[in-house]
Design a protein around this ligand. Sequence first.
Ligand code: NAD
Length: 510
Amino acid sequence: MRVIDHHIVGHQGTAGGRVSDVYDPNTGQVQAQVRLGSQAELDRAIAAAQAAQPAWAATNPQRRARVMFAFKALVEANMDELAHLLSSEHGKVIADSKGDIQRGLEVIEFCCGIPHILKGEYTQGAGPGIDVYSMRQPLGIGAGITPFNFPAMIPLWMSGVAIATGNAFILKPSERDPSVPVRLAELFREAGLPEGILQVVQGDKEMVDAILDHPAISAVSFVGSSDIAHYVYNRGVAAGKRVQAMGGAKNHGIVMPDADLDQVVADLSGAAFGSAGERCMALPVVVPVGEKTAVALREKLLPAIEALRVGVSTDAEAHYGPVVNAAHKQRVENWIQTGIDEGAELVVDGRGFKLQGHEEGFFIGPSLFDHVTPDMQSYKEEIFGPVLQIVRAPDFETALRLPSEHQYGNGVAIFTRNGHAAREFAARVNVGMVGINVPIPVPVAYHTFGGWKRSAFGDTNQHGMEGVKFWTKVKTITQRWPDGTVDLPRGSEDGGPSRIQDAFVIPTMG
Ligand code: NAD
């Protein structure tokens, strides 16, 4: 059995110890085992990071940027291999896997500009002969804990910015698809990143807790489900760390009566069912405004859902592949049952779907619910599968309240031709990322990514300038260079006593 190991300086791969199965979701078979590390592996990684980080921080930023340029070229050259590896463990189709890698690479492109980004602020003449300037310095050692659903993009969100700003970074990827993160770390080494600056420790809760408690780690970035995000946030902050912890989502798409319904249906098909719904920016709830809109939308949605092709992740014609593992498949199917039990109308039932020749694969057909109401548990919670729920709203204000009052606040979209309605919606909705006729409003790398409410704990977003702020601390210097030479007369002739008095008050500079 193939073993997926840590990527730690000097680690030789010891036999024994805890492991976890890694599946091929297309076949349902175990294809490898990943090591589950402990405090001992983390300590080794920390020692290597501590040895390497000071020199990396002292490396001038354009040299650090050159590593980013070289890494980008290497990832592009290895795109096919990486996409196949990613899809073989995750189950998303190849085109989607390439998107996963590409969106991560865009953060690396942002990091190629790190010399410019790290320029501090400067005020000349803040007081008589006084200048004030600031610099952003790395924190030291940072760690990232990532979910299964974007095994390239999310590790690159974090590691790119953390490394470019001069930190050493330790990544703990999801144990469900751990190979791509290791491959990315190898490519970073090939690109010239010194050893010890990016290491990968494999593991589960035991490793996460070791990271959260380790005094040498200054900051932790987490992405995953909300309960774990909340736990990671609390434990990390209690240990004195800087923590950002992104959680789950339940994104709504509001369809106004004047929306282009053909476009909405095309957008919804991809946004609700793409990647088998395993995206934190998926659109699993659609809110048609007014009965006429609801009826027309449902009518157009049905043939679009029937036309969806579910296939193995290497099938270039497939719209989406299997979900990540059997437990998750069961969980999604349980939610479908809950929806029925709560009284929602199951219009299309994706349970029991079998792909010929891949009967053991973790496939789920697309499902559609209508007449879902806000009091239902299946509406309140994240399903994270290929299930679309229609929640009918009589008017704009009701539609606006649904995502605003939901426990999650990651993304939301409105479909309309009315600029005023869109503008009102964007200003008033209580959600972190908004799309206007854009179903999946994932911001580009030089903006930042982050939800509100239970979709994110902490106060700093991922990547863009927010990422730079998260991975650096500001130092502000107030400087005065006295004129003259050392043999200037001293004492009362040059106002000595008043200078001493001045030294005891906070100077006003104006
Ligand atoms: P998860 O919470 O199960 O796992 C995330 C990470 O936490 C993994 O590395 C895992 O090993 C670790 N972990 C799991 N259980 C733990 C525990 N009890 N204690 C400590 N650590 C633990 O999430 P997942 O299933 O891998 O990913 C899907 C979830 O991530 C969804 O809820 C999705 O919405 C969310 N997500 C959010 C964003 C965002 O930016 N808001 C992005 C992607 C995914």
